[in-house]
Design a binder for this molecule. Structure first.
Ligand SMILES: [Zn+2]
Length: 173
């Protein structure tokens, strides 16, 4: 039996065992880090009505979708190695996965979502930075500005209510 480098790596084996990308370590770690930074999100949301595509981490009000792609299942060009045995099967499967990824991104974008795709091999801090920046950009501006204060209240839900623009002018002091 040919020993493939990808199969010996423990992370790959783990991601192959749990087909659900939602349960992979990197995604959990990212969620934990985002939570630590005061961001609140939905997990495993299927934002498009009638479409069975789920988003790993979603900010529904801001329409930001974050997907953490496993290197093996989603064809990371740095780490994906096609298994030598049954390579036709794996190749076809990979192509299906990648086509599905593209269409998921497309469907979401057509519905006005911003899609952030991350590879599971990326550093958690880098992933979290990217997501946090997108959230800050999308969130309604606060009077103090995003960076001038501590991250949004720890325990309380930041609930960035989309400020009603018409009402804003009248209540403008
Ligand atoms: Zn990778």
């Amino acid at each position: 039996m040919p020993v493939e480098s990808w199969a010996t790596s423990q992370t790959t084996r783990r991601s192959m065992q749990s087909n659900k990308s939602r349960d992979t370590g990197p995604e959990l770690a990212l969620r934990r880090e985002l939570h630590r930074r005061g961001l609140r999100y939905r997990v495993g949301l299927a934002p498009l009505a009638g479409v069975r595509r789920t988003v790993d981490v979603a900010f529904p009000r801001l329409k930001i979708a974050v997907l953490v792609d496993g290197c093996f299942w989603h064809g990371c060009d740095q780490h994906h190695r096609l298994p030598k045995s049954h390579s036709d099967y794996w190749q076809a499967k990979l192509e299906r996965n990648m086509a599905r990824d593209r269409s998921t991104t497309q469907l979401l974008e057509q519905s006005g979502w911003r899609v952030i795709r991350l590879w599971e091999h990326e550093k958690i801090q880098d992933m979290a930075d990217l997501v946090q920046r997108a959230v800050l950009e999308a969130a309604p501006k606060r009077a103090t500005g995003p960076a001038s204060r501590q991250p949004p209240a720890r325990s309380a839900d930041p609930s960035p209510q989309p400020s009603h623009r018409s009402a804003r002018t009248s209540s403008d002091r």
